[in-house]
Design a protein around this ligand. Structure first.
Ligand code: AMP
Length: 607
């Protein structure tokens, strides 16, 4: 078994970590950063940029730069109206009411876009470890539905990674916090507010066992929403001052979004910040500039209801875990948005204690994923993770009632079955409508699947016995079996309504991604060879400059020609790595000859 990496696939940023000597460490990316923006940009020249490079060109290429894809993955078109409204790239309905994105006239599923981010993390990990990586643990928000989990797993497969386990983000953060504190009996609350999702989990820790007692959250709340509030405020301000509505201008929107995020982050350490966007638009009187001041107090008033909104799931998680804030020993903050002072203050007041700052909120989830990777890979033996499902699962029964089969916060893996019967005389088919949620009526919950069990022998109602069994694996992914006890006839479904990518589709996407991995590898190689060439040219110039008098003229000419050849190639837009290497080797050889000839001339023996 090779090394298993742990990946925090974030809405805004992603992070990859691995175990080294029993301790998790973050793997830096090829640009030297410890986290990688979860952004993919498609350039005019059909190049695909991922991470920092994609972020850098987002303003000038807003329509072809895909960010926050995690807000769309595994979700339906009808469920994502609010998200879709605020993104500058094109989205269109996908298969089975899912959402696809379009860039440079090509359509992609969210799984494919996420796979591009994962692929970069995989490549960076491979470069760091010096070996191929094929297995990973990936984290998802605890509140991710079955479809979102399955879609994330598919993204991993497309990127060429076998996803050994999907772990909930707050649970991973708790692992990172608790690895060194395993022997203390501890009750911890993880408050995880990222770019697009909010999770809160309560865990009991002791003797190496990390047991999730309860989890709650909101899949639609995060830092992007705070940015959005600032953007809307800026649009309003600008409209009042110059009577121009910027809300339909994609490029302006992208600039506003970036400026809003920057201002928000600054306001975590300062009490006011200026937002200055020259040439944001123009009308017949000339160019228009946006220049305004945002104070922390104003920002806090803009997001007050959202901040207050985080307390509802916090309260629920404590209630479900049957504990009070006083029973919690440690509060751990995770996710970039937990750095906002008003958020910290709100939690402090509610919990009656300061939060723990020993774990880095940007890295703890990836570190925890790496620990779980170590557990699965056998490197760590004394840690046991007991996670739970966030929402109840069940089926629709007569009268549109939601009958729960597995309650939320049940430890996984788990399985449970219940016997149901027919509601009409002579009924030979039953429909199994699988749902997820907490509401008592089926219509108010989320449909995961519908299937029929046919071929029941006709009998009076209430007589047939249909056993419906639910099994949830360690990833939180559900399988359902319905069996007629009379005939033993059964029907199974694996709940994978993630836009229902078939195995063949996933395989096709995986092969395509592999091709890109090749391109990415070549691009990385090219950058490395380019650097080596530049260095060699530099040392060539220095050698010639310092020792010109000591070098034979024919050798000078040879070296200068070789240097010029390398330079010529470097100036080409897309030189072949092979060609560059050859010329670099030639220059190196000629330089060695120069070195030798210098020494020949100064061959004065030492005493
Ligand atoms: P994550 O998904 O955990 O990477 O969190 C990303 C979110 O955190 C984004 O919305 C960022 O704008 C936000 N964020 C990062 N740093 C800060 C900060 N210092 N203050 C406020 N928000 C931040």
């Amino acid at each position: 078994m090779g090394r298993v990496i742990g990946i925090d696939l974030g809405t805004t940023n992603s992070c990859v970590a691995v175990l080294e000597g029993g301790k998790p460490v973050v793997i830096p990316n090829s640009e030297g950063g410890r986290t990688t923006p979860s952004i993919v940009g498609f350039t005019k020249t059909t190049e695909r940029l991922v991470g920092q490079l994609a972020k850098r060109q987002a303003v000038t290429n807003a329509e072809n730069t895909i960010f926050s894809i995690k807000r769309l993955i595994g979700r339906t078109w009808s469920d994502t109206e609010a998200e879709r409204r605020r993104i500058p790239y094109k989205v269109l309905p996908g298969k089975d009411d899912t959402v696809n994105v379009e860039a440079r006239s090509k359509t992609y599923t969210p799984q494919e876009i996420s796979a591009m981010v994962l692929q970069k993390l995989k490549l960076d990990a491979e470069a760091y470890l010096g070996e191929q990586v094929t297995e990973a643990v990936i984290t998802v928000p605890a509140y991710f539905t079955n479809a979102q989990r399955q879609a994330t797993k598919d993204a991993g497969t497309i990127a060429g990674l076998e996803v050994l386990r999907i772990v909930n983000e707050p649970t991973a953060a708790a692992l990172a916090y608790g690895l060194d504190r395993q022997n203390k009996d501890h009750c911890i609350l993880v408050f995880d507010l990222g770019g697009g999702t909010f999770d809160v989990s309560v865990l009991q820790l002791g003797d190496g066992v990390f047991e999730v007692l309860a989890t709650a959250g909101n899949n639609h709340l995060g830092g992007d929403d705070f940015d959005d509030r600032i953007v809307r405020w800026l649009i309003e301000e600008f409209k009042n001052a110059s009577h121009i509505d910027l809300s339909g201008d994609r490029m302006a929107l992208q600039r506003l979004k970036e400026a809003a995020e920057k201002a928000k982050i600054e306001l975590s350490t300062t009490v006011s910040t200026s937002i200055n966007l020259p040439f944001i638009t123009a009308d017949n009187t000339g160019p228009k500039h946006l220049d305004t001041l945002l104070t922390r107090a104003k920002f806090e008033s803009l997001i007050a209801d959202l901040v207050e909104g985080t307390m509802t799931p916090t309260r629920r998680a404590l209630q479900d875990a049957e504990i009070t804030p006083q029973d919690v020993h440690k509060v751990i903050l995770v996710g970039g948005s937990s750095r906002i002072p008003v958020i910290q203050e709100t939690i402090r007041k509610f919990m009656g204690k300061e939060s723990d700052r020993s774990v880095n909120p940007d890295e703890s989830v990836a570190l925890g994923a790496a620990i779980q990777a170590g557990v699965l890979g056998g490197e760590i033996q004394d840690v046991l993770l007991l996670d739970v499902i966030p929402l109840s699962l069940g089926i629709e029964t007569v009268g549109g009632v939601f009958s729960k089969i597995i309650e939320h916060n049940t430890t996984i893996p788990t399985s449970k079955s219940q016997i149901f019967t027919t509601s009409a005389d002579g009924q030979t088919t039953v429909e199994v409508h699988v749902l997820q949620g907490e509401r008592s009526m089926a219509a108010d919950n989320k449909t995961l699947a519908r299937f029929n069990l046919a071929g029941l022998p006709p009998a009076p109602r209430g007589i047939p016995q249909v056993e419906v069994g639910f099994g949830i694996d360690a990833n939180g992914i559900l399988n359902v079996v319905a069996k007629d006890r009379g005939t033993n006839r059964e029907q199974k479904v694996s709940i994978t309504n993630s836009g229902k990518l078939t195995a063949a589709e996933v395989e096709r996407m995986r092969l395509e991604a592999q091709e890109y991995a090749e391109t990415d590898r070549t691009r990385r190689e090219l950058v490395e060879v380019r650097n080596q060439c530049e260095q060699l040219m530099y040392s060539c110039d220095r050698t010639l400059h310092a020792n010109r008098d000591l070098i034979r003229p024919d050798l000078i000419e040879r070296v200068e020609t070789a240097r010029a050849d390398v330079k010529l190639l470097l100036d080409e837009a897309d030189p072949s790595v092979e060609n560059l290497r050859q010329h670099m080797d030639q220059l190196q050889e000629d330089l060695l000859a120069v070195g030798a000839s210098i020494y020949e001339q100064t061959d004065i023996p030492l005493e």
